[in-house]
Design a protein around this ligand. Structure first.
Ligand code: PNW
Length: 459
């Protein structure tokens, strides 16, 4: 880590933390919540690394006030959470379950009282199970159901949410959920998973229209991006890298920004009906960018069902997830988005960035996570460099506030600025929490012009 002070960020820059409903809430059957595809998946033996489920997770359902206080102590100006569709519509359609919406209503009020902007993601992968039983995102009707759900949430929270995010990482949901089966709903369709891309995008576009009708916005989507590094410079490696780039980085963003689908992917043209592409290209106020790591790609073995093969990138340190730590990839992807989309690109907010390490409390109960501090420091410098390059980036959210239930990895991967004891639920801010507050947020922090004032040794 360099000793140069972290550069300042522009006035008004939004500092935030992100979470998602199934990963933190628990309360799996509370207040009329119905099952989602992740309840079904987690409760299927053998699919989660440690055999755990999100039944209790971080017990945020009961501890949300404590969690809002932790955010206030961190000095963030925004909190990105997700609304659980199966709390709002336990059966996936029909009128709202008011008791489910009450929870988010209170959360949004508590955030406002703490001076924190609520940023609401409508869909972070927890599809109501009854909609999966009808085909899930392979089924065109799911898009219309999503817009109806968006309308119900907007009717209740639309006067207070400061940024709407329709979908979280539709690429990861399609590829791991419908392509490889590592995530719910556990389908293994490979390239036959494309209907799950188109119907998520259509759902996004219909939801944007619903949000515009009910609220003043602003409206965004959060995509996962991964700069592609070809393994070699053979034509075959370069073609494989281009195919993977089209899949991971362009499949969703090209149609969202009005360019239609990339030709490279051989999508079934029958999927796209009528004015679908116009619905999908509804103007966005913000593009949410989730960044973790670049991807190494080479040409596939003969007979492979895929036009590329993913390979480990050499020469980078790795997180506890095995993901390479490559802050240069963040600058590259941000300038790459600007270069590719030009005037079509709305302002960007980095809606997720962070890392998993094996953080263990010491004898005094303190949790020291210097690797996370180094990760955040390096990524914030890369982000600042992209801003200097002329990319319009107006916010940055750390994934995540809390150690939480990391999907197929269960409780084995800790991404939090705050340590969670999954036995007792006890929260302990890590040293990265104090670092972020004192080093990053304080100089550029714009909590209505205030700066964080909590003591430097609170963690
Ligand atoms: C994102 N990959 O998921 C999600 O939005 C979060 O819910 C999650 O906890 C976080 O990143 C950390 O994993 C991803 O395989 C899951 O490249 C998998 C991948 C990327 C992002």
């Amino acid at each position: 880590m360099t000793t140069e002070p972290l550069p300042e960020f522009p006035a008004g820059f939004r500092w935030g933390v992100s979470t998602s409903a199934y990963q933190i809430e628990g309360g799996a059957t509370a207040a009329g919540r119905g099952p989602s595809i992740w309840d079904t998946f987690a409760h299927t033996p053998g699919l989660i690394a440690d055999g755990s489920t999100g039944d209790v997770a971080c017990d945020h359902w009961h501890r949300h006030a404590e969690d809002v206080a932790l955010m206030a102590g961190l000095g963030v100006s925004a909190y990105r959470f997700s609304v659980a569709w199966p709390r709002v519509q336990p059966g996936g359609s029909g009128p709202a379950n008011a008791a489910g919406l009450d929870f988010y209503d209170r959360l949004v009020d508590d955030l406002a009282a703490a001076g924190i902007d609520p940023v609401a993601t409508l869909y972070h992968w927890d599809l109501p199970q009854p909609l999966q039983d009808a085909g899930g995102w392979l089924h065109r009707d799911t898009a219309a159901r999503f817009a109806e759900y968006a309308d119900l949430v907007a009717a209740r929270l639309g006067d207070r949410v400061k940024l709407w995010i329709t979908l979280n990482e539709p690429f990861i949901h399609m590829s791991l959920g419908y392509g490889t089966g590592e995530h719910a709903p556990g389908r293994t369709l490979l390239f036959d998973a494309f209907p799950a891309a188109h119907h998520q995008l259509l759902g996004h576009g219909l939801a944007v229209a619903a949000l515009r009708a009910r609220t003043a916005g602003p409206v965004a989507i959060a995509n996962n991006y991964s700069p592609v590094r070809p393994a070699g410079d053979t034509d075959a490696d370069l073609a494989a890298a281009a195919a993977y780039d089209a899949l991971h980085n362009r499949l969703f963003t090209d149609p969202l920004l009005g360019l239609g689908y990339p030709d490279l992917l051989g999508l079934d043209p029958g999927l796209v009906r009528g004015d679908d592409l116009a619905v999908i290209a509804a103007p966005l106020d913000v593009l949410g960018v989730n960044y973790y790591n670049p991807s190494g790609v080479r040409a596939p073995e003969p007979g492979s069902p895929l036009p590329f093969e993913l390979v480990e990138l050499a020469g980078y340190p790795r997180t506890a997830f095995g993901w390479p730590v490559a802050p240069d990839g963040l600058r590259e992807l941000l300038t790459g988005l600007r270069d590719r989309y030009g005037d079509r690109l709305p302002p960007i907010q980095v809606t997720e960035n962070g890392c998993a390490y094996d953080d263990v409390p010491d004898a005094e109960g303190r949790v020291h996570d210097p690797d996370r501090i180094a990760y955040l420091d390096a990524h914030l410098r890369a982000l600042r460099a992209a801003i200097d390059d002329g990319v319009d980036v107006t916010g940055y959210f750390v994934w995540s506030l809390l150690d939480n239930w990391e999907w197929a990895e269960g409780f084995t991967k800790r991404f939090g600025l705050v340590h969670v004891d999954f036995g007792t639920g006890a929260r302990t801010p890590k040293s990265s929490y104090a670092w972020l507050r004192d080093t990053a947020i304080r100089p550029g922090g714009t909590r209505d012009g205030r700066t964080a004032t909590a003591p430097a040794d609170a963690a």
